[in-house]
Design a protein around this ligand. Structure first.
Ligand SMILES: N#Cc1c(-c2ccc3cc[nH]c3c2)n[nH]c1N
Length: 247
């Protein structure tokens, strides 16, 4: 997968050189290109913002640099990907919720581009123009306010890239994760068997895989009912067996 990110703070994306995503890049599973929006300005001060039409507080990101930056991303990426256009993802507090389901869908795409806004946002004409050339999705991490899109892109890239085959060494660890199948994950334990006087659930020492699987399923249901009753309510009833309903 090719990933392009445009930001006025390209160093914000440095964490994508680390850990599993960094390893995926070095192994060629992910081809990440970060672009500095200011490289697409032409004034001495490399200006990317201006005052909002209609007045109001704050500044708005100018359309010209964004237009040139996205033109560059499309041209450079098409040469590398062998044609086509990216799916453009623009993080924003007013976007559709970014969910595991969306992460799965976006992980199927060969090429994604992310536009990191700042200030009060990006001139709306940039979205309108982009939509004439590529799919555009405005997505939100959650119902709280950040200062810009970079943190959201870090989270989205990690959630998406980890689903690319080969990025996570053991695909088994992608199963039974929170949100993967509509339930939260079960509690996990490791050595020592007793820590500060606290033991671990006996069933986990039983070696009885069937009972362990049942206990873990029960814990997932209990946790989801306790912490995210909305997720439990949204579950397809067919996904729950009689034993589940008894938990
Ligand atoms: N995604 C997301 C966001 C944001 C966000 C994203 C981009 C910009 C650009 C200026 N301010 C921003 C806030 N706030 N809260 C979220 N869940």
């Amino acid at each position: 997968m090719r990933l392009d990110v445009v930001s006025i703070f390209p160093d914000y994306l440095a964490p994508l050189d680390l850990s599993l995503i960094g390893k995926a890049r070095r192994e060629g599973l992910v081809d990440l290109h970060v672009h500095d929006l200011r490289d697409f300005t032409h004034d001495r001060h490399r200006t990317v913002d201006d005052t909002p039409y209609g007045g109001g507080a704050g500044m708005v990101m100018r359309p010209e640099p964004w237009g040139e930056a996205l033109d560059h991303v499309v041209a450079a990426g098409a040469a590398a990907v062998g044609g086509g256009v990216p799916h453009l993802v623009v993080p924003g507090p007013g976007g559709r919720p970014f969910t595991q389901e969306l992460a799965r869908e976006l992980a199927q795409q060969p090429w994604l581009a992310f536009a990191c806004g700042r200030y009060e946002g990006i001139d709306e004409r940039v979205y309108d123009e982009a939509r004439e050339h590529m799919p555009v999705s405005v997505l939100s991490l959650g119902d709280y306010v950040l200062n810009g899109g970079e943190v959201a892109v870090l989270a989205m890239v990690e959630a998406i890239a980890r689903l690319i085959p080969g990025v996570i060494g053991n695909a088994e660890s992608l199963v039974e994760e929170s949100h993967e199948d509509g339930l939260l994950e079960y509690p996990v334990y490791t050595k020592p068997p007793v820590w500060r006087g606290r033991g671990i659930p006996e069933v986990l020492l039983s070696g009885h895989h069937g009972q362990i699987a049942r206990w873990r399923r029960d814990e997932r249901l209990r946790r989801t009912a306790q912490r995210r009753p909305d997720m439990l309510a949204a579950l397809d009833p067919a996904a729950l067996d009689e034993r589940d309903r008894a938990v």
